[in-house]
Design a protein around this ligand. Structure first.
Ligand code: TRP
Length: 380
């Protein structure tokens, strides 16, 4: 049977059927009873949860059971530096920031600066070092609490991480990673080892504090294979399996197939883009669910489900449900034109980026407050 889409950490292609993916990956749907359990503690639900941008999970109910018994969790996610951050990357980070505030928990953020060096043809370690710095600024600018946030940079924190990575690596065979990531005999051996490095932050706080601490990982579903492999190993080392929350991909500007890709500039809006670039990209590329002519649009109406501008508002830039509904209904009825919808989005993105870029400047002075080191780490 021909597969019409593909999702791995290193390739996302085609029209992703998220219901099929839930079955294929063996994850659970993030259903309303589970969301209600979160809401019991947070009083409200973030729009990324209300709108099911986070749609699946692993062992979230177990994590909430533990929390309700007084066993607090920590958050973990990451970013492999390889280029500028785009608006699709920040979906899990926004949820992490919200969860950190609501549950008052620690955030462990990994920058595996070797990952994309190993997996990509033309990227040097000097370049990834530069992007590590740039990407850290974007993460800090989202507002994480410096007292409760720890950045781990693989090459910098190697002496802290390598020992744990070896323990994990010893329990993963080549045939398992081959099957999970599509490796073959020409794959370099650094790539084969990499999954064990990505598993380390899920146990490191437990190792350092010498007690078992539950871990929650919000992330894009493409990262699931890494944790499918390491979740089998981690209990064998005496730690809890990490829980996971999965988000859907932000579609590329061109339409609903695949994901926004940092390596294809015309598909993405970067956090360092200028208002002019945003305006140009949205007007030129954002796929429209509208009709070919204004007359036809006013008569038949547009289709918000496939309209990229509407989808970006829904997934990131219009938190107000009432305002979003009005945009949806007006577009569908034909009252709101594509050019008008695009203007709404451009205005929203530009005001977000203006604020983000200001905070990003300030973040340059704060980096040392976020990078892990023994002296700012509280053992208890
Ligand atoms: N592999 C991720 C990337 O390509 C980076 C990453 C490291 C990560 N640890 C993670 C992502 C934990 C999600 C959760 O960007």
């Amino acid at each position: 049977m021909k597969k019409e889409f593909k999702v791995t950490p290193y390739q996302v292609e085609g029209n992703v059927d998220y219901n099929k993916l839930i079955k294929e990956f063996g994850v659970s749907e993030l259903d309303n009873p589970t969301l209600e359990r979160i809401k019991k503690h947070t009083k409200e639900l973030h729009f990324l949860l209300r709108r099911k941008v986070f749609f699946a999970h692993r062992d979230l109910n177990w994590l909430l059971d533990e929390y309700e018994k007084g066993n607090k969790f920590f958050l973990y996610t990451g970013r492999a530096p390889s280029g500028n951050v785009h608006i699709g990357h920040i979906i899990p980070w926004i949820l992490c920031k919200w969860l950190q505030d609501k549950f008052n928990v620690e955030m462990w953020f990994q920058f595996p600066d070797e990952e994309k060096f190993l997996f990509k043809q033309n990227l040097t370690l000097e370049e990834t070092e530069k992007y590590t710095y740039e990407n850290m600024l974007d993460v800090i600018a989202l507002g994480f609490n410096p007292k409760k946030t720890y950045f781990l940079i693989d090459t910098k924190h190697a002496n802290l991480m390598y020992k744990e990575a070896c323990k994990i690596a010893k329990k993963i065979t080549f045939s398992v990673v081959k099957a999970s990531f599509g490796f073959n005999d020409s794959t370099n051996i650094g790539s084969i080892f990499y999954t064990s490095m990505q598993a380390v932050p899920a146990i490191l706080p437990s190792v350092l504090r010498k007690k078992n601490i539950p871990c929650l990982i919000p992330m894009g579903i493409d990262q699931d294979p890494h944790f499918r492999v390491s979740r089998d190993v981690i209990p064998k080392l005496g730690f809890y399996k990490p829980s996971i929350m999965h988000n859907v991909f932000l579609p590329p500007l061109q339409g609903t197939s695949g994901k926004m890709s940092a390596s294809k500039e015309e598909t993405a809006i970067y956090l360092v883009d200028s208002p002019e670039q945003v305006k140009l990209k949205i007007n030129k590329y954002a796929f429209s669910g509208g009709q070919p002519t204004i007359e036809e649009h006013q008569k038949k109406g547009g289709n918000p489900d496939i309209d990229i501008s509407y989808q970006y508002l829904r997934m990131l830039f219009e938190p107000d449900d009432n305002k979003l509904k009005k945009i949806h209904d007006d577009y569908k009825s034909g009252k709101l034109l594509t050019s008008e919808l695009k203007s709404i989005l451009i205005e929203k993105i530009c005001s977000f980026l203006k604020e983000h870029q200001r905070k990003r400047e300030q973040a340059k002075k704060q980096i040392d407050k976020f990078i892990f080191n023994e002296s700012r780490f509280h053992k208890s």
